[in-house]
Design a protein around this ligand. Structure first.
Ligand SMILES: [Zn+2]
Length: 195
């Protein structure tokens, strides 16, 4: 049983990732931002849906294909409404499909701004477990995140992991990206001066 203090960090992105692709107007690779709008095209009962991106420099459009040539009856009506209404949560789910976007673009810039919402569930224990909530995956690495919240270098984090001063649950490498609900238990009380 884990009686540690639980410190919850929620990672909240402040923007969607830019995609990098060739712009036919700029005639070079440029950054395209997500317009946060779907384009829905219905021809008879056949539906196409794209998420619209625009070149940062000239506003040239690129359409990210979401649904291609699908019969409208095959699309969940609630989901269809979300596309029609440009539902922001649905848009963000697609805008954070980094792997899929990388297949269609030159690259995806995941170096985005995010905020941390911190919530401490107190207990009398000296031990502390950090729980990380991250609804949108943008490839943030565990060691980078730990380094940030303790304000220490990434190499120091790696050294401390080798010395068993951080225990991860599930037990993934700190070089991997953060997964939702990852827990990091801090061994010792050195952290008290750092958080
Ligand atoms: Zn352009």
């Amino acid at each position: 049983m884990n009686l540690n203090k639980l410190l919850i960090y929620e990672i909240i992105p402040q923007e969607t990732p830019y995609v990098i692709r060739n712009c036919s107007k700029c005639k070079r690779n440029t950054e395209f931002y997500c317009s946060e709008k779907f384009r829905v095209n219905a021809n008879q009962k056949i539906v196409d849906i794209w998420l619209i991106y625009n070149c940062l420099h000239c506003e040239e459009t690129w359409n990210y294909p979401i649904i291609s040539r699908v019969n409208v009856n095959k699309i969940d009506s609630l989901e269809h409404q979300k596309f029609m209404n440009n539902d922001l949560e649905t848009i963000w789910q697609y805008a954070f499909q980094i792997n899929q976007l990388r297949k269609l673009c030159h690259d995806v810039n995941t170096d985005i701004r995010y905020e941390l919402r911190k919530d401490m569930l107190d207990s009398t224990s000296d031990g502390i477990t950090i729980k990380i909530r991250c609804k949108y995956d943008f490839g943030l690495r565990v060691d980078k995140f730990i380094a940030e919240i303790f304000n220490i270098s990434r190499s120091k984090v790696n050294k401390m992991v080798q010395d068993d001063m951080f225990l991860l649950n599930p037990d993934i490498s700190v070089k991997k990206k953060i997964i939702d609900d990852l827990q990091v238990t801090v061994i010792g009380d050195w952290y008290k001066a750092m958080l």
